[in-house]
Design a protein around this ligand. Structure first.
Ligand code: S6P
Ligand code: ZN
Length: 210
């Protein structure tokens, strides 16, 4: 793993990073439809789509960074270098489950007090966000836009367009990921297509932390 300055290119359209002198520098995470059980409001549409095949909803390419013992995050069982910045591309494919757009699982950072920056490279979408204090926000994503996700805000990318939604993300190496809270509660807001337009609606299955 590199401990000297390095560069890489992100090919567009597509968002797949290219490194010229290494093959194992990116971690590639692929999330299929089957990894999203219980997350879409229309369970029937979910099962019907899954029956047609386990489509890939999104992919993440994250640059490997040093893993050191003093950066162990117990809550996430992850080892990372304190002071490192994790970064890479997130690619959400276009599509819908019923009238709800393809989206990421979404998460809080295990170290809640860590932020993240997103830069939109391609496509159209929304970032759905909320805090444990039950504030919520939705911001539009379009090429050239930077989104700052402050500490404490859970975040989920939603692809509302016809092509891949490609973002570059950067966040602290010790942040870790808490997926369980969102898996249990869902987000307060959903983004669905209504009259051909992306529309923000209440999640009927959202559960308060109380
Ligand atoms: C990591 C950052 C992104 C997401 C990616 C996939 O903190 O927010 O790299 O991991 O967009 O989303 P998720 O919710 O499956 O991790
Ligand atoms: Zn994150």
């Amino acid at each position: 793993m590199r401990s000297t300055p390095f560069t890489f290119d992100i090919s567009l359209p597509g968002g797949v990073p290219t490194v010229y002198d290494g093959t194992d520098v990116f971690i590639r995470i692929v999330r299929p439809l089957s990894a999203m059980r219980g997350q879409y409001a229309d369970q029937e549409a979910y099962e019907a789509l899954l029956a047609q095949g386990d489509a890939v909803l999104y992919e993440v390419y994250e640059m490997r960074r040093p893993q050191v013992a003093d950066g162990y995050i117990e809550a996430a069982d992850e080892h990372v270098g304190l002071g490192e910045l994790l970064h890479g591309t997130s690619i959400v494919h276009p599509g819908k489950v019923g009238d709800e757009y393809f989206m990421t699982k979404g998460h809080f950072h295990s170290v809640l007090d860590t932020a993240e920056v997103y830069y939109v490279l391609q496509g159209r979408g929304m970032m759905v966000m909320e805090t444990p204090e039950e504030e919520w926000a939705v911001e539009e994503l379009r090429p050239g836009r930077v989104l700052y996700v402050p500490p404490r805000w859970a975040h989920r990318s939603v692809n509302t367009g016809q092509e891949d939604l490609v973002t570059l993300f950067v966040y602290p190496g010790h942040a870790g990921h808490d997926y369980g809270t969102i898996e249990t509660r869902g987000f307060r807001k959903l983004v669905i297509e209504r009259d051909g337009q992306p529309t923000i609606v209440d999640n009927p299955r959202w559960r308060s932390q109380e």
